[in-house]
Each structure stands twice: as structure tokens, then as C-alpha cells.
Design a protein around this ligand. Structure first.
Ligand code: THU
Length: 132
């Protein structure tokens, strides 16, 4: 059996920065971009999309999970999130929950403190397993 190819975090971060450059964030002035690898090798991305009705703005992760489903589904394996300067950013609490649905506890996230599993970022997560 051959070992899986090492993850190219720089390439993933570049994809997140590219998505961030297309964010629609006129109200917060805080563009965010995300990118993830899927277990079949796909790379998917997302950016935040705000709204004049402030509370309904979409985080970048919303676009990412939508793209995941729309391009064939699968499981998220690796994830990165960047701010407007292109620096690593932690996903907000709601978005950790979005990621949990499709990546589970083993999803690996790039954070400002290095690589972390989603289990570390969202301990004792509520998920599909709780619904039986
Ligand atoms: N934002 C994201 O897109 N993802 C996160 O995980 C953190 C926050 C966006 C939401 C809003 O458009 C802007 O960042 C400022 O909160």
C-alpha cells in the first residue's frame, strides 16, 4: 500500500486567499476565504457574502459546504481559513459546527496555532451521531 501524498497546505492556503479576494464584505470590511480538501481529492473553496440585512450574511464556510454538496458531496479532510491579509484564521463557532457535519472529529484545520483536529476545536460536538 502506498502512503497518502502529504498535504500541500501552501496550495490550500493560496486557494483560500484567492476565494477571499472575491469576498463580498462591504459592511464588516472583513473578507474571509476558506479552502478544503475532500476525501476524493477535490479542492473546494468559499468566501463570505454579506447582506444589507446584516444578520443574514453568509460566512465563507457556508459557501464551502454548499460547494461540497453541489460538486458531488464527500467528506472534508483538511481545511484552512484566511483573513483579509491572507493569514490563518480560526473559524467561528457556528462554522465549526458546519464543518463537523461533513468532516467529523478527525478533520484537520490549519489555525494560527498550527494544525488542530476539529475534535480539539469543537470538543464534545453535537452531531449526526446524537440523532440516532
Ligand atoms: N466570517 C466568516 O466568513 N467565517 C468565519 O469563520 C468567521 C467570520 C465572516 C462573517 C462576516 O462576514 C465577517 O467575517 C466579519 O465577522
Amino acid at each position: 500500500m502506498t502512503a497518502p501524498a502529504p498535504v500541500d497546505w501552501e496550495k490550500l492556503r493560496e486557494a483560500a486567499r484567492d476565494a477571499m479576494s472575491r469576498a463580498y464584505a462591504p459592511y464588516s470590511g472583513y473578507p474571509v476565504g476558506v479552502a478544503a480538501l475532500v476525501d476524493d481529492g477535490r479542492m473546494i473553496t468559499g468566501c463570505n457574502v454579506e447582506n444589507a440585512s446584516y444578520g443574514i450574511g453568509l460566512c465563507a464556510e457556508c459557501g464551502l459546504v454548499s460547494q461540497l454538496a453541489a460538486t458531488g458531496g464527500g467528506r472534508l479532510t483538511h481545511f484552512t481559513c484566511v483573513d483579509g491579509k491572507g493569514a490563518a484564521l480560526v473559524p467561528c463557532g457556528r462554522c465549526r459546527q458546519l464543518l463537523y457535519e461533513f468532516g467529523g472529529p478527525e478533520l484537520v484545520l490549519e489555525t494560527p496555532d498550527g494544525l488542530r483536529t476539529l475534535d480539539e476545536m469543537l470538543p464534545q460536538a453535537f452531531g449526526p451521531q446524537n440523532l440516532g
